[in-house]
Write a protein that binds this ligand. Sequence first.
Ligand code: IFM
Length: 457
Amino acid sequence: MTQHLPAGPSLAYGVATAAYQIEGATSEDGRGASIWDTFAARPGATRDGRDGTVACESYHRFTEDLDLVRDLGVGWYRFSIAWPRVLPEGTGRIEQRGLDYYDRLVDAALDRGVNPTATLYHWDLPQALENRGGWPERATAEAFADYAMVVHDRLGDRVHVWATHNEPWCAAYLGYSAGVHAPGRTEGGAGHRAAHHLNLAHGLAAARLHEAGVTDLGIVLNLAPYWPETPEAAEAADELDALRNRIWLGPLAEGAYDDGLLRVAPELADPTLVRDGDLALVRGSADWVGINYYTPFRPTLADPAVARHPEVEAYPGATPVSFVVREPRTDIGWEVDPAGLEEVLVETHRRTGLPLLVTENGAACPDPVVDGVVDDQDRIDYLRGHLAATERAREAGADVRAYIVWTLLDNFEWAEGYTKTFGIVHVDPDDRTRTPKASYHWLASFLAPESGTASRG
Ligand code: IFM
């Protein structure tokens, strides 16, 4: 069987985006509504009251974006497919114009010598499926597997490296427990039900995609280390590790939710939710694991007088904690510590034995435009530090194949609206003109000595 994951002696490089964050054109070519269209329209849901209706206009400017990817000299472009473009009602009728768009996108990447890698779910669930209960319902997992096959039937001759979900933790817990992401539900245990169905959806889709000949199917997880700030917080850190990390890795590696996880999420022991065979289906279903890493977490036992942070609300059943955040921090308030990436890579490889891709890593920076230039030295430092950590993890034996930067373009940063920018390319808020930042030029020259276009892929 041909393997398509990068496998050279040195790391491959790429940049990532996600459909709702960049495409805009939310009512063009028959696209159905997604939960993010509905959620972002609620007053107060996003920091600046804005949504993805226009975003970066990448739906119409994707060739320009792929020129930027080519000129950067990376070999990989990680993008996501908007489910409601392909199946406007979530199931049933296929919208060919939606598929046509991704068809053109994939061809445009290949024409430029860039390998496309597609993520099937980056949080834009069709609203029609949410109206029927969303991820807490088993039928959504079944619908996902059907959707995956529709996309694969169209693109599978040219896209060979696939991911099912991006950061299912966010989809489940920020969406259904904390309510700070779409669909904005605050139902505690619904987060656990959603998490199980996201696992199941991955397993169901993986079985069918493998059957159809896919050899490089992964799942992208935002794994994070929990470093207890005090000895008293050690148990809480273990609970958080269970809810953030082991809830995905346990089914993948062992086909089970572990006892520590079941103590904080007893819903996952309910046989009507977790049916016979569900977890066996997930075990061994991934050919690789993608890791999105930004920051470590330092839990400490919560002061009940302090308002609970949404990140804490996201952990139904866990001991109440707050998080200590040390300096330096990025513009979104996340602590910078590349050692966390190294630890997560080494630990995930030890646990799964699978090839790993760093599928996202990057920083939100203030990014002032001065005389038309964004001199984002802080982002360069962040990327340099995390690249070094990735190399250290490889030296320690972790089979890390690629390092993919989040993100190509300043874009719609979910609940933060457009107030936080992670791009290596500035996007003018008025006319969407793209201007590469200093970090783009730095990365291009870092890659250029050996690589030439796409040869690091
Ligand atoms: O913008 C997000 C992305 O969609 C998923 N991972 C984290 C990024 C920064 O918050």
